[in-house]
Design a binder for this molecule. Structure first.
Ligand code: NAX
Ligand code: ADP
Ligand code: K
Length: 515
C-alpha cells in the first residue's frame, strides 16, 4: 500500500474533481458519509451522545457531514465549531448551512475555554478540528481544547488524522495533538502514523477509500510503501520439487565472542529456519562446542583466537554472509572485517558490532561492499550516521547514507523501515515483545538466508523483516508480549511462512453484522 504526502493527496483531490466531473463538495459528502457508515455500523442507533468538534476547514466540513447524517438517523449529536478564524472553507460553509437546515439552529460556536462542554466517559468524541491542512502548531484556546479532549475518558475518533499532527512533517507541538483512540484516514495512511515520535497519536487506523483518481494514485511515486501480508505474500519464491540444497545457497554467519556466542547461534539457526541450503558459522575457538551442540545442522569453522574474531579465513565459497552479531569492536576484529570486505565476494548483511566497527573506523566504512544490507537498531544507527533532530531528519540522513555507500539500510524498531536511496518500505508486522535480546540476531540470519536463496537485497530485507515480525506475532499470541524470547521467534519462522501463505478467511455476513 502506498503512503502519500499531504501535498500528493491534495493534488489527487484536485485531479479527481477535474477528471471525474465531481465537485469538492461531493467528495466531502462521500468522505463524511463513509465515516457515518462506519460509526452507524458500530453504534447501531445507540443513544450515546456523540460530540463532534469541527474546525473551519474541510476537515471540519467532514465533521459537519457526519453530524448531519447522524442527526438524520436519530442519534444524540452535539456539534461544536472551533471558531478560531473567519477564513472558513467554502465546503465547510455549505455544510454548516445544511446542518442548520435540518436542525433549525446553528451548531455551537466555541471561541474560548469557557465554551468547552462537559463530556461523559461513555460519550464519543469526534475530532474534526484539523486535517492535513494544518499549517502551524495549534495555539491558545485551541491548544487547550485539544488538551481538554485528551483528558476526557470518552473514546476519541479522529477524522483523517489526529488534529495537530502533520501527515509528513515533524509534530510542531507535542502537547497540541489529539491522542486518538482510532483514526479513520482518507485514501492512504499518513507517514506520521509509523514513526516513533508521532505513531502513538494514531495507534489504530483504518483507511476510508473515497475514490480518488486511481490512475493518479497508481502513477504517483509515493513517500513510502507499507508492507502488510498482502504485499509480503507476493515476494515469496516457491521451492522447486527437483531441487537440492545447493539451490538454496550457503550462508556464512560470522559472529560471537566470549560470553556472546548466543548471537551466532540465534543467527545461524534463523538462517536455516528461513530456508538456507547450508549454514556455516565462523566463530572464535571458545564457541566451537557451543554451536556444534546447539545446532548440529550447522558447520563450524573457528578463528585462531579463543575469545574473538581476528581473521576470517579458510572459509568455503558462500552466497551470503551475515556478520557482526556479538563480535565486539576489538582492533583485531576491525582488521578482520577490513580483510573480509575486501577479499570475499558475497551478499552481506552487516549487523550489530560490525556496524559499531564501521562507525569507529573510517577506512572500514569505505570498504562496505556495494549492495550490502545494514541492520542497525537506533543506538547503532546514531553511531553510524550521527544524531538526528527528528524522525524526518533521520530518514534524510539514512537516505543519504544509502546513496553514498550504495547500500540498503534497515532502521529497526516498531515499524522497521527499509531504506534504499529515496525508497522507503515500512513494515507492519511485529510487536513490543520483540524488544528483547537477540531478536535482531535472528533477523540478520533470516535476511542472509533469503539472499542466499537468490532474493535481491532490497526484497530480501523487506520480506525477511515482515516474516520476522510475523513470527514474533505468532509467538506473542500464545505467550504474551512479555514472554517472547528471540529463540522462540527463530523457532516460529516456519509458522510465519505457513501463515503468510494460508488463504485469507472470508468474512461471513453474520460475523460482519456483529462488528
Ligand atoms: N482528498 C482529500 O484529501 C479530501 C480531504 N478532505 C478533508 O479535508 C481536509 C483538509 O482540509 P483543509 O485543507 O481545508 O485543511 P484543514 O481542515 O486541515 O484545516 C485547515 C484550516 O485551518 C487553518 N489552520 C491550519 N493550522 C492551523 C492552526 N494551527 N491554528 C489555526 N488554524 C489553522 C488553515 O489556515 C485552514 O483554514 C482533510 O484532512 C480531509 O479531512 C475531505 O473533505 C475529502 C477529500
Ligand atoms: N516495539 C517493537 N515493535 C516491533 N518490533 C520491535 C520492537 N522493538 C524491537 N523490535 C524488533 O526486534 C528486533 C530487535 O533488534 P536488535 O535491537 O538488534 O536486537 P538484538 O541486538 O538484541 O539482537 C528488530 O528487528 C526490531 O525491529
Ligand atoms: K482531525
Amino acid at each position: 500500500m502506498k503512503v502519500f504526502s499531504a501535498e500528493q493527496l491534495q493534488q489527487a483531490d484536485k485531479v479527481t474533481t477535474e477528471k471525474h466531473n465531481i465537485s469538492s463538495l461531493d467528495l466531502m459528502e462521500r468522505a463524511g458519509t463513509q465515516i457515518f457508515n462506519w460509526l452507524h455500523q458500530r453504534m447501531q442507533g445507540a443513544q450515546v451522545p456523540v460530540h463532534i468538534f469541527c474546525g473551519i476547514g474541510n476537515n471540519g466540513g467532514d465533521g459537519l457531514v457526519l453530524g448531519r447524517h447522524l442527526i438524520e438517523h436519530g442519534y444524540v449529536v452535539h456539534i461544536y465549531i472551533a471558531n478560531f478564524t473567519d477564513k472558513r472553507s467554502k465546503c465547510f460553509l455549505i455544510n454548516y448551512d445544511r446542518v442548520k437546515e435540518i436542525t433549525k439552529k446553528w451548531p455551537i460556536l466555541m471561541t474560548s475555554e469557557a465554551d468547552f462542554p462537559e463530556i461523559h466517559p461513555d460519550d464519543v468524541i469526534i475530532d474534526a478540528i484539523f486535517g492535513i491542512g494544518l499549517n502551524r502548531a495549534p495555539e491558545g484556546w485551541v491548544k487547550k481544547l485539544i488538551q481538554y479532549l485528551n483528558e476526557q475518558k470518552a473514546f476519541r475518533l479522529s477524522i483523517d488524522i489526529p488534529s495537530g499532527l502533520h501527515a509528513n512533517k515533524p509534530v510542531a507541538d507535542m502537547e497540541a495533538v489529539i491522542m486518538a483512540n482510532h483514526t479513520l484516514t482518507f485514501q492512504a495512511p499518513k507517514l506520521a502514523f509509523f514513526l516513533p515520535d508521532s505513531g502513538d497519536f494514531a495507534p489504530y487506523f483504518e483507511i476510508i477509500d473515497i475514490g480518488l483518481d486511481p490512475e493518479f494514485l497508481h502513477n504517483t511515486v509515493p513517500l513510502a510503501h507499507l508492507i502488510s501480508k498482502q504485499e509480503a505474500r507476493q515476494f515469496y519464491k516457491q521451492r522447486k520439487k527437483y531441487s537440492h540444497k545447493g539451490d538454496y545457497g550457503h550462508v556464512l554467519v560470522v559472529g560471537g565472542s566470549y560470553g556472546k556466542m548466543g548471537a551466532a547461534v540465534l543467527s545461524s539457526k534463523a538462517a536455516y529456519r528461513a530456508g538456507a541450503g547450508l549454514v556455516t558459522s565462523f566463530i572464535p575457538k571458545c564457541g566451537y562446542d557451543i554451536i556444534q551442540t546447539a545446532l548440529p545442522e550447522v558447520m563450524a569453522i573457528t578463528d585462531a583466537y579463543d575469545h574473538l574474531i581476528s581473521e576470517v579465513d579458510d572459509i568455503p565459497e558462500v552466497e551470503a554472509i551475515a556478520v557482526g552479531m556479538g563480535i565486539g569492536t576489538n582492533e583485531r576484529t576491525v582488521n578482520a572485517l577490513k580483510k573480509l570486505f575486501s577479499e570475499t565476494k558475497a551478499s552481506y548483511v552487516i549487523d550489530a558490532d560490525a556496524i559499531n566497527c564501521i562507525a569507529l573506523d573510517k577506512d572500514l566504512k569505505k570498504l562496505i561492499p556495494p549492495q550490502s544490507v545494514l541492520t542497525p537498531h537506533p543506538g547503532e544507527l546514531k553511531r553510524l550516521v550521527g544524531d538526528w533532530k527528528d524522525d524526518y531528519d533521520k530518514l534524510e540522513k539514512v537516505k543519504e547514507f544509502t546513496r553514498k555507500y550504495k547500500c540498503i539500510l534497515l532502521i529497526k524498531g516498531a515499524n522497521s523501515i527499509t531504506v534504499h536511496e529515496d525508497k522507503l518500505y515500512i513494515n507492519t508486522s511485529g510487536n513490543p515483545g520483540m524488544a528483547t535480546g537477540g531478536s535482531g540476531d535472528v533477523l540478520s540470519g533470516m535476511i542472509a538466508a533469503l539472499l542466499a536463496q537468490g532474493y535481491d537485497p532490497l526484497l530480501a530485507t523487506v520480506f525477511a523483516t515482515y516474516l520476522h515480525g510475523l513470527a514474533g506475532n505468532i509467538v506473542s499470541q500464545s505467550n504474551s508480549f512479555e514472554a517472547v524470547m528471540a529463540g522462540d521467534v527463530a523457532d516460529h519462522i516456519g509458522k510465519a511462512y505457513l501463515s503468510l501463505l494460508e488463504p485469507d478467511q472470508p468474512v461471513q455476513q453474520d460475523e460482519n453484522d456483529q462488528k
